[in-house]
Design a protein around this ligand. Structure first.
Ligand code: 1CP
Length: 343
């Protein structure tokens, strides 16, 4: 079994596995080169190109997992929502009425996003070192943020006020997205994805009560459906979720991913012995001078030893300005340092 899957399952590992959120993308010269010729949507819609971009970071670095190159809005496009990327997702007609919610079709992945499943099949045999492939989707609430607000935003005020002004409509939309993402992730596992991750990038916008009522209720629905369908590890990434750990502790997933704001030992204490943790170096730490970066990585490794399983990662996506050399040093250091201090 790969170190990544073993750590997800809270089993002993010979070194702490590491992968990097947004590892395929704009900080890599080979991605920028391809991207200068092909627009982002074409990259995500052409199975061969998405497969190539997925594999790029694993050729350069000894990463322990690959993540499918796609976007959280790709299945939403597959449901017929008209949107474009600039560079974040922009929805031409934001969804704010019951009529729009009721008109959303259910996602049939094999019909609506066949290129995603095709790229998974192309990627699997090409991955170096037998690295496992992570499939992913956006958390229903994070998708709602983009669908209702219509574009990226710091506070997503329009989406958040929607929860208060039209709570029942919000729940209907979330249920629909929860079912669509269960179908989408289930199809990814069937096509060969070896772990599934749900990104709740905007979890931290909500207080625990609203997070539970809206975001978590929908995620439970997705994860419960997936547990019936597949036995691959399930990961829930909760960005800016320090105040939300108590309420996610009883979610039926294998791994909780967190940002850099709380130490992993503290996160794990709240989550308990049934959850592995993933994270949580500040993406800004990759700008520290050599020696310092390694010291910051060691602090994360040390915190992670308090958890029953630890997958090293950044606390959020890598910045486009990051030097690939810093990534190489980080990956090699995490492997060397964690195999010395074996658990
Ligand atoms: O110009 C370009 O090349 C497009 C930039 C880009 C890229 C490289 C976008 C638009 N999406 C992606 C790929 C992507 N998106 C991946 C695969 C790459 C990898 O991880 O290796 C993944 C997993 C995502 C997921 C994603 N998209 C999230 C969740 C993760 C996170 O960072 O929080 C979110 C919130 C999005 C929305 C989105 N799509 C693109 C951008 C620039 C954004 C963020 C917009 C915002 O700030 O609100």
């Amino acid at each position: 079994m790969s170190t990544f899957i073993a750590a997800c399952r809270r089993q002993p590992v010979e070194h702490t596995p590491i992968w990097i959120m947004r590892q395929a993308g704009r900080y890599l010269p080979e991605y920028r080169e391809l991207r200068s010729r092909v627009d982002f949507e074409a990259l995500t819609h052409k199975a061969e190109l998405a497969a190539e971009v997925t594999i790029q970071p694993l050729r350069r670095f000894e990463l322990d997992a690959a993540i499918l190159f796609s976007d959280i809005m790709t299945p939403v496009q597959g449901m017929g929502v008209d949107l474009f990327f600039d560079p974040g997702p922009v929805v031409r007609n934001p969804i704010r009425t019951d009529a729009q919610i009721d008109a959303l079709p259910q996602l049939v992945p094999e019909r609506d996003v066949p290129f995603v499943l095709e790229s998974i099949k192309l990627i699997r045999p090409e991955l170096p070192r037998g690295a496992p492939l992570i499939g992913f989707a956006g958390g229903p609430f994070t998708l709602l943020c983009y669908l209702v607000s219509g574009k990226p935003s710091k506070e997503f005020g329009i989406a958040r006020s929607f929860l208060y002004s039209q709570p029942e409509s919000a729940e209907r939309l979330l249920d629909h997205l929860a079912d669509a993402m269960a179908a989408y992730l289930g199809a990814q596992a069937a096509a060969g994805a070896q772990a599934l991750m749900l990104f709740e990038s905007w979890a931290g916008l909500l207080a625990p009560r609203e997070f539970s009522r809206f975001a978590l209720r929908a995620v439970r629905r997705t994860m419960a459906a997936l547990r019936k369908r597949t036995d691959v590890p399930l990961i829930y990434y909760v960005n800016q979720g320090s105040a939300l750990m108590e309420v996610v502790a009883d979610l039926d997933v294998d791994v909780i991913g967190v940002d850099w704001r709380s130490p992993l030992s503290q996160v794990s204490r709240v989550l308990g012995p049934g959850k592995a943790v993933q994270g949580n170096l500040d993406p800004a730490a990759l700008f520290a001078p050599p020696g310092e970066l390694e010291r910051h990585a060691d602090l994360v490794l040390q915190e992670g030893r308090a958890a029953p399983g630890h997958i090293f990662n950044l606390g959020h996506g890598i910045w486009p300005e990051t030097s690939p050399d810093a990534v190489a040093r980080l990956v090699d250091h995490v492997h060397a340092s964690s195999s010395k201090g074996r658990r």
